[in-house]
Design a protein around this ligand. Structure first.
Ligand code: SF4
Length: 717
């Protein structure tokens, strides 16, 4: 397999520019400002970290990011100087950079962004691990390199913080009963609430991290915050956070908060994040998915339960709210009747799915809205009955707004507007999620990101599919010019020496079918292949599955076929970090993971020498949003749906999976892909002509189909 084409250009290429009144030269033969930090041997990186590896990809990325920031500032300055109308405000400069694993991309964007005059810089990541790494490791390193102290803040969604007003109210009237997992939290809350400086629930992580009825009662959710009318406003953790964020040089957030904040700033609830000139979206490979989620209209059984509870709690405190209690009952009953119509099977249903009794559901929504109108009227009446300065007036107004919002969302979801796909998802026995998902996220990318910043950097180890940046361009609606300036910067790893890509010979096609596992012939052949690989590697393996059923089928059979290996499985009690720690410390271990383990797992060194990809990770073809996108693409050009959407999406995920193996220049190992579709000839008669394209997009590991070569490789480790 050939090496990927090197599209990177000389870091010093390009015209001289001016920005902010400074002349900055990055013309050919002129040094680039980033050389002061990244050029060996005298760049500050090497002075601060003697022995640091020379990474040309990192230096190139820093130059690209710095240039984009200057260009964005220059565009904005020209617009301000011209006194043009607000509508003529220029779009952000969009710079996409695919930085292969090991490039050191965090410093590749932090140093140029923080060296520029742009403040604050917002960095959005998908995973908590990367947020932690940015705050604890990369930002301090960047400060060392820049020789400056900078203020870095991690901002989370409001529900992560304690609401002092809600906590005070709960202490005055403690909950009559608590769920078993909430007991520990209830015991820990008083001392913690007294001492905490940030009010961040993560400080209480040993008392549970997931859903908690108790935490829901005391968190700083926007919908019940009374803002400046609250007696605790000055001391509120959110007020302090907003202040810190305003003074920060670097604000780290997750994608969901970034996007929710951009959407919220157009609504009455306001936002936490400040206006910022520069946004870096790291882990940008699934930005389309994040935009779909954040811009969807959604209503859920959980949101409804919270609203019922908030109404009842407020009613219990208000002597004038006796009628509300009576009105709530028929409304709650109507909701229960609606939920009873949802199939019990955990799945995502499109509204054209024959398993959904759509007519009956729509009638039930009508009944629920009808019964709720009385509650809405009563909440409005209670709000109007209070003096304006009475905080409970605002609380009732906000409750009434939430009731109205619930109706509006459900009505929109059931109206199935054009350009949106309505879905109903059951996620376990008690959770139902109604959603209208945008088919096309390009307008949202434009509105919330391109129009909202001077410069937007999109980066990830996996932005290119088999057709380069074309897929990213089509998904986000990047212009041709934005697509052309996108670059791949090389990983410093020597994949040809450090690893092997192995597709076992003689495997039949899997054909998952309805059972989600595969044809018996593939199952048996794959079990033999996994067993042989695990014995050759002596464990030290990550096995990535594409379905829960598949993992559940293989796990016991692998355990009995490989008695010397300790198996750890995602979703069996231990949290992600604890599971990774246990795996790392256990000799001859194998870790079996699902979707979330295809990315963000970082296991450098001897702990990991084998990654097994059980099947090419195509998204489930019955996903209603995917189906709608495929239909739309097919309508534009026949066949574009599969080759233009499913294959690129799968390729990015496959690259993420492969990226788990080599994490440092000394790591060595094998990636085995148990899906023979990867080897289909270019002219495959079944029309699956994507294999060569996919192979070309992967890191350039030598490809083998020879068991002897693989086993010899492992004996050399
Ligand atoms: S300002 Fe809002 S979030 Fe803060 S304590 Fe008051 S009600 Fe709670």
């Amino acid at each position: 397999m050939g090496r990927m084409a090197d599209r990177s250009r000389d870091a010093s290429e390009g015209p001289a520019r001016t920005a902010g009144g400074r002349r900055v030269c990055y013309g050919r033969l002129m040094p680039h400002p980033m050389d002061a930090y990244f050029a060996p041997p005298d760049g500050r990186l090497f002075a601060c970290f003697p022995g640091a590896e020379v990474r040309p990809g990192q230096a190139r990325m820093a130059a690209l990011v710095f240039n984009a920031i200057l260009e964005g500032a220059e565009r904005r300055e020209a617009w301000r100087d011209s006194g043009s109308e607000p509508e003529a405000k220029p779009d952000a400069v969009i710079q996409a950079v695919e930085a292969g694993t090991g490039t050191g991309k965090s410093l590749g964007y932090l140093v140029p962004a923080l060296a520029s005059e742009a403040r604050p810089v917002i960095v959005a990541t998908r995973t908590k691990q990367l947020q932690r790494q940015l705050l604890e490791e990369d930002a301090p390193r960047a400060m060392g390199i820049l020789g400056r102290d900078l203020k870095c803040v991690l901002a989370k969604g409001r529900a992560n913080y304690l609401c002092k007003a809600a906590w005070e109210a709960l202490q005055a009237s403690p909950p009559a009963e608590l769920s078993i997992p909430d007991h520990g939290l209830w015991m820990a809350l008083p001392a913690w609430a007294e001492d905490t400086l940030q009010g961040d629930r993560e400080e209480l992580a040993r008392h549970g991290e997931g859903e908690s009825e108790l935490w829901d009662k005391v968190n700083a959710r926007a919908e019940r915050c009374t803002g400046k009318q609250c007696a605790h406003y000055e001391a509120c953790f959110l007020t302090k956070l907003r202040q810190e964020v305003l003074e920060a040089d670097l604000v780290v957030v997750n994608h969901a908060l970034l996007l929710a904040d951009r959407v919220l700033r157009e609504s009455a609830f306001g936002s936490v994040l400040p206006d910022a000139p520069v946004l870096v979206v790291d882990e940008a490979h699934d930005l389309e998915e994040q935009l779909t989620d954040s811009c969807a209209e959604a209503w859920s059984s959980r949101a409804m339960a919270l609203l019922f509870r908030d109404l009842r709690d407020e009613g219990a405190k208000d002597p004038g709210a006796a009628l509300l209690d009576t009105l709530m009952l028929p409304w709650e009953d109507a909701w229960a009747r609606l939920l009873a119509l949802v199939p019990l099977e955990s799945a995502v249903f499109g509204f054209d799915d024959p398993r959904l009794p759509l007519g009956a559901l729509a009638d039930a929504v009508g009944d629920w809205v009808g019964a709720g109108q009385e509650v809405l009227k009563e909440a409005r009446r209670l709000a109007a009955s209070k003096a304006e300065a009475d905080p409970s007036a605002l609380v009732w107004r906000k409750l009434a707004e939430r009731v109205g919002l619930a109706f509006a969302r459900m009505e929109q979801i059931f109206a199935q507007p054009e350009g949106w796909v309505s879905t109903l998802a059951r996620e376990g026995p008690h959770t139902v999620l109604f959603k209208a998902n945008p088919v096309d996220v390009k307008p949202f990318f434009h509105q919330h990101l391109r129009r909202g910043f001077e410069t937007v950097v999109l980066t990830s180890a996996t932005l290119r599919d088999g057709r380069g940046f074309n897929g990213l361009r089509l998904r986000l609606g990047l212009t041709e010019a934005e697509g052309e300036r996108a670059e791949h910067v090389e990983s410093p790893f020597d994949f040809e020496r450090q690893g092997l890509l192995f597709v076992p010979p003689g495997l039949p096609e899997r054909r998952a079918g309805r059972d989600g596992v595969g044809e018996p012939a593939w199952v048996e052949a794959s079990l033999d292949a996994m067993t042989r690989l695990l014995k050759a590697s002596r464990g030290r393996a990550l096995l990535l599955f594409t379905s829960r059923k598949m993992l559940a089928h293989f796990k016991p059979r692998l355990a009995s076929a490989c008695p010397g290996i300790t198996f750890f499985t995602q979703g069996e009690g231990l949290g992600r970090q604890a599971l990774l720690d246990r795996f790392r410390k256990t000799p001859n271990a194998a870790l079996l993971g699902l979707a979330s383990f295809w990315q963000g797992v970082d296991l450098p060194g001897d702990a990991l020498s084998l990654v097994v990809i059980t099947a090419l990770p195509f998204a489930p073809p019955d996903d209603p949003v995917l189906q709608a996108r495929i239909r739309e693409a097919d309508a534009q050009r026949q066949g574009l749906g599969f080759i233009g959407i499913q294959v690129p999406q799968m390729t990015l995920k496959l690259k993420q999976g492969l990226g788990r193996l080599i994490r440092t220049t000394t790591d060595r190992g094998v990636v085995a892909i148990l899906d023979p579709r990867l080897m289909l000839p270019t002219e495959d008669p079944s029309g699956k002509r994507y294999a060569a394209q996919v192979r070309a997009a992967l890191p350039p590991f030598p490809l083998t189909r020879d068991w002897d070569e693989v086993e010899t490789f492992f004996t050399g480790l």
